[in-house]
Design a protein around this ligand. Sequence first.
Ligand code: FNR
Length: 380
Amino acid sequence: YEIYLNGMTGAVPRLPTDLTRLEQLTEQRLGPGPVGYVAGSAGDGSTARANRAALQRRRIVPRMLRDVHERDLSVEVLGRSLPAPMALAPVGVLSIMHPDAEIAAARAAAAQGVPFTLSSASSTPMEQVAEAMGDAERWFQLYWAKDPEVARSFLGRAKASGFSVLVVTLDTPMLAWRPRDLDQAYLPFLHGVGTANYFTDPAFRAGLAKPVHEDPNAAVMHFVGMFSDPAKTWPDLAFLREHWDGPIVLKGILHPDDARAAADAGMDGVVVSNHGGRQVAGSIGAADALPRVVEAVGDRLTVLFDSGIRTGDDIFKALALGAKAALVGRPYAYGLGLDGQAGVEHVIRCLLAELDLTLALSGHAGPTTVGPTDLIEESA
Ligand code: FNR
Protein backbone atom coordinates (compact mmCIF):
# COMPACT_ATOMS: atom_id res chain seq x y z
CA TYR A 1 0.00 0.00 0.00
CA GLU A 2 2.96 2.29 0.57
CA ILE A 3 3.36 2.78 -3.17
CA TYR A 4 -0.35 3.54 -3.68
CA LEU A 5 -0.43 5.95 -0.73
CA ASN A 6 2.64 7.77 -2.03
CA GLY A 7 0.83 7.89 -5.35
CA MET A 8 -1.87 10.04 -3.75
CA THR A 9 0.74 12.82 -3.54
CA GLY A 10 1.85 12.14 -7.09
CA ALA A 11 4.97 10.14 -6.17
CA VAL A 12 5.64 7.07 -8.28
CA PRO A 13 8.49 4.56 -7.77
CA ARG A 14 11.89 5.53 -9.24
CA LEU A 15 12.26 2.08 -10.81
CA PRO A 16 9.67 -0.21 -12.40
CA THR A 17 7.87 -2.63 -10.08
CA ASP A 18 7.87 -5.20 -12.91
CA LEU A 19 11.45 -6.35 -12.42
CA THR A 20 11.58 -8.06 -15.81
CA ARG A 21 11.95 -4.54 -17.26
CA LEU A 22 15.19 -3.81 -15.41
CA GLU A 23 17.57 -5.44 -17.91
CA GLN A 24 16.44 -3.28 -20.80
CA LEU A 25 16.43 -0.16 -18.66
CA THR A 26 19.95 -0.87 -17.43
CA GLU A 27 21.14 -1.35 -20.99
CA GLN A 28 19.63 2.00 -21.98
CA ARG A 29 21.29 3.82 -19.08
CA LEU A 30 24.63 2.02 -18.76
CA GLY A 31 25.21 0.90 -22.34
CA PRO A 32 25.73 -2.57 -23.77
CA GLY A 33 29.17 -3.28 -22.22
CA PRO A 34 28.33 -3.81 -18.53
CA VAL A 35 24.95 -5.32 -19.34
CA GLY A 36 26.58 -7.77 -21.74
CA TYR A 37 28.60 -9.14 -18.84
CA VAL A 38 25.61 -9.40 -16.48
CA ALA A 39 22.87 -10.48 -18.88
CA GLY A 40 25.10 -12.71 -20.96
CA SER A 41 24.98 -16.44 -20.65
CA ALA A 42 26.59 -19.51 -22.15
CA GLY A 43 26.36 -20.37 -25.84
CA ASP A 44 23.17 -19.29 -27.56
CA GLY A 45 21.48 -18.51 -24.24
CA SER A 46 19.38 -21.67 -24.33
CA THR A 47 19.95 -22.56 -20.68
CA ALA A 48 18.99 -19.09 -19.49
CA ARG A 49 15.80 -19.42 -21.55
CA ALA A 50 15.20 -22.92 -20.17
CA ASN A 51 15.40 -21.49 -16.66
CA ARG A 52 12.57 -19.08 -17.38
CA ALA A 53 10.57 -21.71 -19.28
CA ALA A 54 10.87 -24.27 -16.47
CA LEU A 55 9.39 -21.76 -14.03
CA GLN A 56 6.78 -20.41 -16.41
CA ARG A 57 5.58 -23.87 -17.41
CA ARG A 58 4.55 -24.45 -13.81
CA ARG A 59 1.34 -22.69 -12.90
CA ILE A 60 -0.01 -21.91 -9.45
CA VAL A 61 -3.42 -23.27 -8.50
CA PRO A 62 -4.73 -20.78 -5.89
CA ARG A 63 -6.85 -21.95 -2.94
CA MET A 64 -9.64 -19.91 -1.30
CA LEU A 65 -11.09 -19.32 2.20
CA ARG A 66 -7.99 -20.33 4.14
CA ASP A 67 -7.59 -17.40 6.61
CA VAL A 68 -4.56 -15.52 5.37
CA HIS A 69 -5.14 -12.30 7.31
CA GLU A 70 -2.01 -12.76 9.44
CA ARG A 71 1.05 -13.74 7.50
CA ASP A 72 4.66 -14.52 8.28
CA LEU A 73 7.33 -14.93 5.62
CA SER A 74 10.00 -16.23 7.98
CA VAL A 75 11.73 -19.60 7.53
CA GLU A 76 14.41 -21.70 9.21
CA VAL A 77 17.33 -22.25 6.87
CA LEU A 78 20.61 -23.95 7.82
CA GLY A 79 19.91 -23.48 11.51
CA ARG A 80 19.19 -19.76 11.24
CA SER A 81 15.94 -17.90 11.21
CA LEU A 82 15.50 -15.78 8.09
CA PRO A 83 12.76 -13.13 7.74
CA ALA A 84 11.94 -14.44 4.25
CA PRO A 85 12.88 -17.40 2.05
CA MET A 86 15.28 -15.34 -0.03
CA ALA A 87 18.95 -14.39 -0.23
CA LEU A 88 21.09 -12.43 -2.66
CA ALA A 89 23.17 -14.76 -4.85
CA PRO A 90 26.91 -14.25 -5.21
CA VAL A 91 27.55 -11.96 -8.17
CA GLY A 92 31.19 -11.12 -8.86
CA VAL A 93 32.64 -7.82 -10.03
CA LEU A 94 29.72 -5.61 -9.03
CA SER A 95 31.83 -2.50 -9.63
CA ILE A 96 30.89 -3.00 -13.27
CA MET A 97 27.37 -1.96 -12.30
CA HIS A 98 28.05 0.79 -9.76
CA PRO A 99 31.08 2.35 -8.04
CA ASP A 100 29.66 1.44 -4.61
CA ALA A 101 29.54 -2.17 -5.82
CA GLU A 102 29.32 -4.85 -3.10
CA ILE A 103 29.15 -2.31 -0.28
CA ALA A 104 25.87 -0.92 -1.65
CA ALA A 105 24.41 -4.37 -2.33
CA ALA A 106 25.44 -5.68 1.09
CA ARG A 107 24.01 -2.62 2.87
CA ALA A 108 20.74 -3.06 0.98
CA ALA A 109 20.52 -6.72 1.99
CA ALA A 110 21.32 -5.82 5.60
CA ALA A 111 18.68 -3.06 5.62
CA GLN A 112 16.04 -5.48 4.31
CA GLY A 113 17.17 -8.38 6.49
CA VAL A 114 18.01 -10.86 3.73
CA PRO A 115 21.37 -12.66 3.66
CA PHE A 116 23.98 -11.29 1.29
CA THR A 117 26.29 -13.82 -0.36
CA LEU A 118 29.65 -12.25 -1.15
CA SER A 119 31.44 -13.61 -4.20
CA SER A 120 35.08 -14.65 -4.00
CA ALA A 121 35.39 -12.55 -7.15
CA SER A 122 34.06 -9.37 -5.56
CA SER A 123 35.47 -5.96 -6.39
CA THR A 124 35.68 -5.18 -2.66
CA PRO A 125 37.73 -7.09 -0.07
CA MET A 126 35.57 -9.26 2.17
CA GLU A 127 36.66 -7.43 5.35
CA GLN A 128 35.28 -4.12 4.05
CA VAL A 129 31.98 -5.71 3.08
CA ALA A 130 31.70 -7.32 6.50
CA GLU A 131 32.35 -4.00 8.20
CA ALA A 132 29.59 -2.33 6.15
CA MET A 133 27.10 -5.02 7.20
CA GLY A 134 27.41 -4.81 11.00
CA ASP A 135 25.73 -7.85 12.53
CA ALA A 136 23.65 -8.67 9.45
CA GLU A 137 23.57 -12.21 8.09
CA ARG A 138 26.24 -12.78 5.45
CA TRP A 139 27.36 -15.82 3.51
CA PHE A 140 30.64 -16.31 1.67
CA GLN A 141 30.91 -17.89 -1.78
CA LEU A 142 34.12 -19.76 -2.44
CA TYR A 143 35.80 -20.17 -5.76
CA TRP A 144 38.03 -22.96 -4.59
CA ALA A 145 41.55 -21.82 -5.44
CA LYS A 146 44.05 -24.30 -6.81
CA ASP A 147 46.59 -23.30 -4.17
CA PRO A 148 45.36 -24.83 -0.89
CA GLU A 149 47.13 -22.08 1.07
CA VAL A 150 44.99 -19.47 -0.67
CA ALA A 151 41.80 -21.50 -0.15
CA ARG A 152 42.67 -21.93 3.52
CA SER A 153 43.44 -18.24 3.86
CA PHE A 154 40.07 -17.27 2.27
CA LEU A 155 38.21 -19.55 4.68
CA GLY A 156 40.06 -18.09 7.65
CA ARG A 157 39.41 -14.51 6.56
CA ALA A 158 35.73 -15.21 5.86
CA LYS A 159 35.28 -16.81 9.27
CA ALA A 160 37.08 -13.94 11.02
CA SER A 161 34.85 -11.48 9.12
CA GLY A 162 31.64 -13.05 10.43
CA PHE A 163 30.47 -14.86 7.29
CA SER A 164 28.33 -17.70 8.60
CA VAL A 165 27.51 -20.02 5.69
CA LEU A 166 30.07 -21.21 3.14
CA VAL A 167 28.67 -21.52 -0.40
CA VAL A 168 31.07 -23.50 -2.57
CA THR A 169 30.50 -23.05 -6.29
CA LEU A 170 31.25 -26.25 -8.19
CA ASP A 171 29.97 -25.39 -11.66
CA THR A 172 32.81 -23.03 -12.57
CA PRO A 173 36.06 -25.01 -12.74
CA MET A 174 36.61 -22.73 -15.75
CA LEU A 175 34.63 -19.99 -17.42
CA ALA A 176 32.23 -21.15 -20.12
CA TRP A 177 31.85 -20.10 -23.75
CA ARG A 178 30.09 -16.77 -23.31
CA PRO A 179 29.60 -15.08 -26.67
CA ARG A 180 28.64 -11.63 -25.40
CA ASP A 181 31.93 -11.40 -23.50
CA LEU A 182 33.88 -13.04 -26.31
CA ASP A 183 32.49 -10.69 -28.94
CA GLN A 184 33.48 -7.69 -26.85
CA ALA A 185 36.80 -9.41 -26.02
CA TYR A 186 36.03 -8.41 -22.46
CA LEU A 187 36.88 -10.36 -19.33
CA PRO A 188 36.71 -8.14 -16.23
CA PHE A 189 39.35 -10.15 -14.41
CA LEU A 190 41.94 -9.29 -17.06
CA HIS A 191 41.50 -5.66 -16.02
CA GLY A 192 42.12 -6.56 -12.40
CA VAL A 193 38.43 -6.18 -11.58
CA GLY A 194 36.99 -8.81 -9.25
CA THR A 195 40.36 -9.69 -7.83
CA ALA A 196 40.19 -7.66 -4.61
CA ASN A 197 39.96 -10.68 -2.31
CA TYR A 198 43.01 -12.19 -3.99
CA PHE A 199 45.16 -9.07 -4.23
CA THR A 200 44.63 -8.42 -0.50
CA ASP A 201 45.33 -12.02 0.46
CA PRO A 202 48.67 -12.77 2.14
CA ALA A 203 48.83 -16.35 0.80
CA PHE A 204 48.05 -15.17 -2.74
CA ARG A 205 50.64 -12.41 -2.52
CA ALA A 206 53.23 -14.82 -1.22
CA GLY A 207 52.96 -16.67 -4.55
CA LEU A 208 53.87 -13.57 -6.62
CA ALA A 209 57.40 -12.85 -7.83
CA LYS A 210 56.79 -9.08 -7.47
CA PRO A 211 54.23 -7.12 -5.41
CA VAL A 212 50.88 -6.49 -7.13
CA HIS A 213 51.55 -2.77 -7.66
CA GLU A 214 54.93 -3.45 -9.30
CA ASP A 215 53.60 -5.98 -11.80
CA PRO A 216 49.78 -5.93 -11.87
CA ASN A 217 49.61 -7.91 -15.10
CA ALA A 218 51.56 -10.81 -13.62
CA ALA A 219 49.27 -10.69 -10.57
CA VAL A 220 46.19 -10.89 -12.79
CA MET A 221 47.62 -13.84 -14.70
CA HIS A 222 48.45 -15.56 -11.41
CA PHE A 223 44.81 -15.08 -10.39
CA VAL A 224 43.49 -16.44 -13.69
CA GLY A 225 45.62 -19.56 -13.26
CA MET A 226 44.50 -20.30 -9.76
CA PHE A 227 40.96 -19.02 -9.15
CA SER A 228 39.55 -22.49 -9.67
CA ASP A 229 40.70 -26.06 -10.11
CA PRO A 230 39.23 -28.43 -12.71
CA ALA A 231 41.08 -31.38 -11.16
CA LYS A 232 38.97 -31.46 -7.98
CA THR A 233 36.80 -34.49 -7.17
CA TRP A 234 34.37 -35.44 -4.38
CA PRO A 235 36.95 -36.71 -1.84
CA ASP A 236 38.52 -33.21 -1.88
CA LEU A 237 35.49 -31.91 0.03
CA ALA A 238 37.09 -33.24 3.22
CA PHE A 239 39.46 -30.25 3.03
CA LEU A 240 36.55 -27.84 3.33
CA ARG A 241 34.94 -29.71 6.20
CA GLU A 242 38.30 -29.60 7.98
CA HIS A 243 38.70 -25.83 7.57
CA TRP A 244 35.14 -24.56 7.99
CA ASP A 245 33.08 -25.34 11.06
CA GLY A 246 29.82 -23.70 9.94
CA PRO A 247 27.29 -24.89 7.36
CA ILE A 248 28.66 -25.75 3.90
CA VAL A 249 26.42 -25.56 0.86
CA LEU A 250 27.41 -26.82 -2.61
CA LYS A 251 26.21 -24.54 -5.40
CA GLY A 252 25.60 -25.76 -8.94
CA ILE A 253 24.01 -29.14 -8.21
CA LEU A 254 21.57 -30.42 -10.86
CA HIS A 255 21.83 -34.22 -10.77
CA PRO A 256 20.25 -36.19 -7.89
CA ASP A 257 23.32 -38.43 -7.66
CA ASP A 258 25.52 -35.37 -7.07
CA ALA A 259 23.10 -34.27 -4.36
CA ARG A 260 23.43 -37.70 -2.72
CA ALA A 261 27.21 -37.43 -2.96
CA ALA A 262 27.01 -34.04 -1.23
CA ALA A 263 25.03 -35.58 1.61
CA ASP A 264 27.44 -38.52 1.86
CA ALA A 265 30.35 -36.05 2.06
CA GLY A 266 28.81 -34.44 5.14
CA MET A 267 27.68 -31.24 3.47
CA ASP A 268 24.75 -29.27 4.91
CA GLY A 269 23.00 -28.15 1.77
CA VAL A 270 22.97 -27.67 -1.97
CA VAL A 271 21.93 -24.86 -4.26
CA VAL A 272 20.17 -26.30 -7.27
CA SER A 273 21.52 -23.90 -9.86
CA ASN A 274 23.02 -23.69 -13.33
CA HIS A 275 24.72 -20.37 -12.59
CA GLY A 276 21.88 -18.49 -14.26
CA GLY A 277 22.56 -20.32 -17.53
CA ARG A 278 26.10 -18.94 -17.71
CA GLN A 279 28.03 -22.23 -17.71
CA VAL A 280 26.59 -25.16 -19.70
CA ALA A 281 24.56 -24.16 -22.74
CA GLY A 282 21.86 -26.64 -23.66
CA SER A 283 21.44 -27.76 -20.07
CA ILE A 284 18.35 -28.52 -18.05
CA GLY A 285 16.35 -25.59 -16.70
CA ALA A 286 17.21 -25.36 -13.00
CA ALA A 287 13.56 -25.64 -11.87
CA ASP A 288 13.29 -28.91 -13.80
CA ALA A 289 16.20 -30.28 -11.77
CA LEU A 290 14.78 -29.19 -8.43
CA PRO A 291 12.08 -31.85 -7.75
CA ARG A 292 14.46 -34.73 -8.40
CA VAL A 293 17.10 -33.29 -6.09
CA VAL A 294 14.52 -32.68 -3.37
CA GLU A 295 13.26 -36.23 -3.73
CA ALA A 296 16.83 -37.58 -3.46
CA VAL A 297 18.10 -35.56 -0.49
CA GLY A 298 15.30 -33.36 0.84
CA ASP A 299 15.33 -35.24 4.14
CA ARG A 300 19.13 -35.02 4.53
CA LEU A 301 20.12 -31.61 3.15
CA THR A 302 18.83 -28.07 2.96
CA VAL A 303 17.93 -27.55 -0.69
CA LEU A 304 18.16 -23.98 -1.98
CA PHE A 305 17.48 -22.80 -5.51
CA ASP A 306 18.56 -20.17 -8.02
CA SER A 307 18.61 -19.46 -11.76
CA GLY A 308 15.75 -17.62 -13.39
CA ILE A 309 13.98 -16.01 -10.43
CA ARG A 310 12.52 -12.70 -11.60
CA THR A 311 9.26 -12.34 -9.65
CA GLY A 312 7.64 -13.16 -6.34
CA ASP A 313 5.59 -15.91 -7.93
CA ASP A 314 8.82 -17.50 -9.20
CA ILE A 315 9.96 -17.76 -5.56
CA PHE A 316 6.58 -19.30 -4.68
CA LYS A 317 7.12 -21.91 -7.38
CA ALA A 318 10.64 -22.73 -6.14
CA LEU A 319 9.21 -23.25 -2.65
CA ALA A 320 6.41 -25.42 -4.02
CA LEU A 321 9.00 -27.56 -5.79
CA GLY A 322 10.72 -28.14 -2.46
CA ALA A 323 13.36 -25.41 -2.07
CA LYS A 324 13.69 -23.89 1.39
CA ALA A 325 14.72 -20.52 -0.06
CA ALA A 326 15.61 -18.92 -3.38
CA LEU A 327 18.65 -16.87 -4.34
CA VAL A 328 18.38 -13.99 -6.76
CA GLY A 329 21.18 -12.88 -9.08
CA ARG A 330 20.73 -10.57 -12.08
CA PRO A 331 17.68 -8.60 -10.84
CA TYR A 332 19.61 -7.06 -7.95
CA ALA A 333 22.67 -6.43 -10.14
CA TYR A 334 20.40 -4.34 -12.40
CA GLY A 335 18.88 -2.60 -9.39
CA LEU A 336 22.41 -1.71 -8.29
CA GLY A 337 23.30 -0.42 -11.74
CA LEU A 338 20.20 1.76 -11.90
CA ASP A 339 20.08 3.22 -8.41
CA GLY A 340 22.85 1.91 -6.14
CA GLN A 341 21.83 0.71 -2.69
CA ALA A 342 18.30 2.11 -3.14
CA GLY A 343 17.95 0.12 -6.37
CA VAL A 344 18.92 -3.13 -4.67
CA GLU A 345 16.50 -2.39 -1.83
CA HIS A 346 13.78 -1.72 -4.41
CA VAL A 347 14.37 -5.14 -5.99
CA ILE A 348 14.32 -6.96 -2.64
CA ARG A 349 11.17 -5.16 -1.48
CA CYS A 350 9.32 -5.78 -4.74
CA LEU A 351 10.16 -9.48 -4.68
CA LEU A 352 9.14 -9.91 -1.05
CA ALA A 353 5.92 -7.91 -1.43
CA GLU A 354 4.97 -9.88 -4.51
CA LEU A 355 5.81 -13.16 -2.78
CA ASP A 356 3.71 -12.17 0.24
CA LEU A 357 0.73 -11.33 -2.00
CA THR A 358 1.15 -14.46 -4.11
CA LEU A 359 1.16 -16.59 -0.95
CA ALA A 360 -1.90 -14.86 0.47
CA LEU A 361 -3.89 -14.90 -2.76
CA SER A 362 -3.06 -18.58 -3.22
CA GLY A 363 -4.28 -19.47 0.27
CA HIS A 364 -1.05 -19.56 2.29
CA ALA A 365 -0.22 -17.59 5.43
CA GLY A 366 3.49 -18.35 5.01
CA PRO A 367 6.08 -20.22 2.97
CA THR A 368 6.11 -23.42 5.01
CA THR A 369 2.72 -24.72 3.88
CA VAL A 370 3.47 -24.43 0.17
CA GLY A 371 3.96 -27.75 -1.65
CA PRO A 372 3.75 -29.64 -4.93
CA THR A 373 -0.06 -29.67 -4.94
CA ASP A 374 -0.01 -25.87 -5.35
CA LEU A 375 1.33 -26.27 -8.89
CA ILE A 376 0.38 -27.96 -12.10
CA GLU A 377 2.86 -28.43 -14.91
CA GLU A 378 1.81 -27.56 -18.41
CA SER A 379 3.21 -29.81 -21.10
CA ALA A 380 6.35 -28.38 -22.68
C1 FNR B 1 27.02 -14.73 -11.30
N1 FNR B 1 27.01 -15.89 -10.54
C2 FNR B 1 28.07 -16.18 -9.72
N2 FNR B 1 28.04 -17.28 -8.94
C3 FNR B 1 29.06 -17.56 -8.09
O1 FNR B 1 29.01 -18.56 -7.39
N3 FNR B 1 30.12 -16.69 -7.99
C4 FNR B 1 30.22 -15.57 -8.75
O2 FNR B 1 31.18 -14.81 -8.64
C5 FNR B 1 29.18 -15.30 -9.67
N4 FNR B 1 29.24 -14.22 -10.48
C6 FNR B 1 28.17 -13.90 -11.28
C7 FNR B 1 28.21 -12.72 -12.03
C8 FNR B 1 27.10 -12.37 -12.78
C9 FNR B 1 27.14 -11.08 -13.55
C10 FNR B 1 25.94 -13.19 -12.78
C11 FNR B 1 24.70 -12.79 -13.54
C12 FNR B 1 25.92 -14.35 -12.06
C13 FNR B 1 25.82 -16.78 -10.55
C14 FNR B 1 24.82 -16.35 -9.49
O3 FNR B 1 25.29 -16.63 -8.20
C15 FNR B 1 23.50 -17.09 -9.65
O4 FNR B 1 23.71 -18.48 -9.71
C16 FNR B 1 22.72 -16.67 -10.88
O5 FNR B 1 22.85 -15.28 -11.11
C17 FNR B 1 21.26 -17.03 -10.71
O6 FNR B 1 20.54 -16.78 -11.85
P1 FNR B 1 19.71 -15.43 -12.11
O7 FNR B 1 18.99 -15.08 -10.81
O8 FNR B 1 20.72 -14.39 -12.50
O9 FNR B 1 18.81 -15.82 -13.21
